[in-house]
Design a protein around this ligand. Structure first.
Ligand SMILES: [Zn+2]
Length: 310
């Protein structure tokens, strides 16, 4: 069912009008080759109530939503599907306030939690690593807003990796890092980039162990490091960093706290890496597909704090 998705809001409304229709779609995304029992590997099941599937061999009960962000959802899948549509069909994504309004959700916190759950499904750690020639640098996000006043209360250091694609940018990866040490930047590169790739950085000491980690390191050292010189050396990461900052200030009005910044980085990455997708419906399909392959994140485990105000 690779290319099976709604093209318009009307198609979405018609096709996913019932829980059964939504569940059936998720089942196909979760088991594209047909049902496989997570316990015994059996390939036959019968359907029980509330979307449960019972393995014919071992009687284990599961469902398309078991273990995913939709697990135990008290809200109907029909509503979740509309949330995914909202998030994937706006060029710059949805804020919690706009999602709450669009879906008629009673609480801002519900909308905020849903967006964070969906963001977690946007980037799959350890998969989709970058390769080829990749620029890497760090940038500070937050602190002073160009419009005056602080937006992210304290500055956060964000590592940026961008594939070279001719003169353009291929895929990207972003993550917050605690500092510019070899340990922190080395860990970021290991998670983001396939070993053996060429990694292009400035002459910063934090990248000193990349050869040891299995990369072909191409540091460019300049004697005078001005912002202008840096953006010419590593034009792709600087372009990505400036788009990221514009997005955080625009769509989210800077209402992002440093502790939750990684979720927003994941959403930005998901959008950026699929920016050439001709169909928004394709993003809808892809996000649901990734969501049914993800373990659940209870609200308390996810945040350790309150939702930001927006
Ligand atoms: Zn089984």
């Amino acid at each position: 069912m690779g290319e099976d998705y709604p093209r318009t809001i009307l198609e979405l409304e018609r096709r996913f009008a019932t829980e059964e229709a939504c569940r059936e779609y998720l089942q196909k995304l979760r088991w594209p080759e047909g049902f496989v029992c997570p316990r015994c590997g059996g390939d036959a099941a019968w359907s029980a109530s509330r979307g449960r599937l019972v393995c014919r061999a071992c009687r284990h009960q599961t469902s398309a939503t078991a273990g995913t962000i939709f697990h135990d959802a008290r809200k109907p899948l029909v509503l979740w599907f509309r949330a995914v549509w909202c998030v994937t069909n706006q060029k710059n994504g949805a804020s919690a306030a706009s999602l709450q309004q669009a879906l008629g959700l009673g609480s801002y916190q519900t909308a905020w939690t849903w967006l964070h759950k969906l963001r977690r499904a946007m980037v799959r750690p350890g998969r989709d690593q970058l390769h080829g020639t990749v620029e890497v640098d760090e940038t500070f996000v937050g602190g002073e807003s160009p419009h005056g006043g602080a937006w992210i209360e304290k500055k956060a250091l964000v590592a940026v990796a961008a594939e070279e694609d001719g003169h353009g940018i291929g895929r990207i990866r972003l993550a917050t890092v605690p500092d510019k040490s070899r340990t922190s930047l080395g860990r970021f590169v290991k998670e983001a980039i396939v070993p053996g790739s060429i990694v292009h950085t400035d002459g910063g000491g934090g990248y000193g162990s990349l050869e040891k980690l299995g990369y072909r390191h191409r540091p460019t050292v300049v004697g005078w490091r001005t912002p202008e010189a840096a953006s010419q050396l590593l034009p792709r990461v600087h372009r990505v960093a400036s788009l990221l900052k514009r997005w955080l200030l625009g769509t989210h009005q800077g209402a992002v706290s440093a502790e939750h910044l990684d979720y927003y980085l994941d959403e930005f990455t998901f959008r950026f890496n699929r920016r050439s997708s001709r169909s928004r419906g394709k993003l809808f399909h892809r996000l649901l597909q990734q969501a049914v392959q993800l373990p659940p994140t209870p609200y308390r485990q996810m945040i350790g704090g309150r939702p930001e105000k927006a």
